[in-house]
Design a protein around this ligand. Structure first.
Ligand code: UDX
Length: 445
């Protein structure tokens, strides 16, 4: 099938490469010239495991094309995925101006039937606006359908998530659109992946409701972890005990310094606004947000409780990305934590396997804030090591080397990546979230 993807951001690019992998021919529209230039040469503007290899393969096989000419894209495919950005306005609402812009362009350039599919996360009933805009600008007698097909991929495992979805959600009206979707996703439904066909409004809601629910789970477990810390229980054990209940499930019960990224913070805010606009007070989600923001502040307070004076202390930071396997630092906890420690006068020694360069766009290198290419070098003379992101290479770090390089063997772990027992045996003063408490200075050998 010939498919057009408008917008080669995270969702757009993964969708483009994923549909090419399924045997379709793709035209991807990107208006940002520097991105377009990279993409045309097979260079992915984002780090995502497996993406570059797949992109290059499909460019070579002529299955994926990039252009900035939206009119060419609209003529190319009868199936058009809208993957443009829906950034957050100052008031938390989604800014849908790019969606409107593209809808107008589509209407002006459509010459035959099109199935127009929202893939970007949009507020409920956006499909009605897209339909209205197209009706206002389209030439008479050209038929089209609007559908919503939200994407649930996670950064760091985006290709795997696209190729192995838990479910496919499609909101549509009319038999013609339904038949096209059944064809697009046949290879998945053949493998028994559930295809949920519903209305566009329900599909739009499923995306916001899912992300907000997952964020709620994280804030919930983080509050339980705060209680664990007070009473001396281990949050990992509590989460495990809860997770065996199938109704609760084990996923998204990892306590730590809270969620970040381009989706949860934005989607929770947008969902609160959507509810508000419909007269619903969703203050449960306001609390979820508040708890999440507070985690970062509490972590900085924990550091102060452990180190006492921050000024002139050498603090190594492992992990800047909002989660492992990505170079994305949007809404990353590391931003707030580094900002507070810098203000307090710390000498910061930062390391991330992929996100150093992106972090430099917020914190430039200076005397008291240095970036390192090697995680062990970042530890030289450190008074403490903070773990902010749970990269695999940190979990597998050589702890003897860690200890040798540091001035003091103090680790403050925001992601609970080590066993407190092992750390004690190895002679670290190890502080984590919602687990056994170490008194400062307690266990050094
Ligand atoms: C999320 C949704 O999972 C995905 O379905 C949607 O399409 C986009 O938003 P993503 O933001 O890529 O994906 O990452 P995810 O793995 O969901 O993690 C989000 C944040 O929550 C990260 O900061 C992560 O560290 C945090 N998190 C996740 C926890 O703190 N605890 C957990 O148990 C799980």
């Amino acid at each position: 099938m010939k498919i057009t993807i408008i917008g080669a951001g995270y969702v757009g690019l993964v969708t483009a490469v994923g549909f090419a992998e399924l045997g379709n021919e793709i035209m991807c529209i990107e208006k940002d010239s520097s991105k377009l230039n990279k993409l045309s040469q097979g260079i992915s503007p984002i780090y995502e495991p497996g993406l570059t290899e797949m992109l290059q393969k499909h460019i070579k096989q002529n299955k994926i094309h990039f252009t900035d000419k939206i009119e060419d894209g609209i003529v190319f495919g009868d199936i058009i995925f809208l993957c443009v950005g829906t950034p957050q306005n100052d008031d938390g609402k989604a800014d849908l101006s790019q969606v409107e812009e593209v809808a107008k362009e589509m209407a002006k350039n459509m010459k035959s039937y099109k199935l127009i599919i929202e893939k970007s996360t949009v507020p409920v009933n956006t499909h009605q606006w897209v339909k209205t805009v197209i009706k206002r600008y389209v030439r008479k007698n050209i038929e089209f359908d609007i559908a919503s097909n939200p994407e649930f991929l996670k950064e760091g495992s985006a290709i795997r998530d696209f190729m192995n979805p838990d479910r496919i959600v499609v909101g549509l009206e009319g038999e013609r659109a339904k038949l096209i979707f059944e064809q697009i996703y046949k290879s998945f439904t053949d493998k028994e992946v559930p295809l949920i066909i519903t209305t566009p409004a329900a599909a739009e809601l499923i995306k916001h409701a899912s992300n907000s629910f997952l964020a709620t789970k994280i804030s919930y477990i983080n509050m339980v972890s705060a209680l664990c810390e007070k009473v001396g229980a281990d949050i990992n054990m509590v989460a495990e005990g809860m997770g065996y209940d199938k109704r609760i499930g084990r996923d998204f019960l990892k306590a730590g310094i809270g969620y970040g990224g381009s989706c949860f913070p934005k989607d929770v805010k947008a969902f609160i606004k959507i509810a508000e606009e419909h007269g619903i007070d969703f203050n449960l989600l306001e609390e979820v947000e508040k708890i999440n923001t507070t985690r970062r502040i509490k972590f900085v307070e924990k550091i102060e409780d452990i180190l006492w004076i921050i000024k002139d202390k050498n603090i190594a930071v492992w992990g800047l990305a909002f989660k492992p396997n990505t170079d994305d630092i949007r809404e990353a906890p590391a931003i707030d934590i580094v900002r507070e420690l810098e203000k307090a006068g710390a000498n910061l020694r930062l390391y991330d396997p992929k996100a150093n360069e992106n972090f430099k766009s917020i914190f430039s290198e200076k005397q008291n804030l240095k970036y390192f290419k090697d995680k062990y070098d970042a530890l030289k003379d450190a008074d403490a090591l903070l773990i902010i992101t749970e990269w695999d290479e940190f979990i597998k770090a050589d702890l003897s080397r860690v200890k040798e390089n540091m001035k003091l063997p103090i680790i403050i772990d925001g992601r609970n990546i080590f066993s407190a027992k092992i750390m004690k045996e190895k002679g670290f003063e190890y502080h984590s979230i919602g687990r056994e408490k170490f008194n400062p200075g307690e266990v050094w050998k």
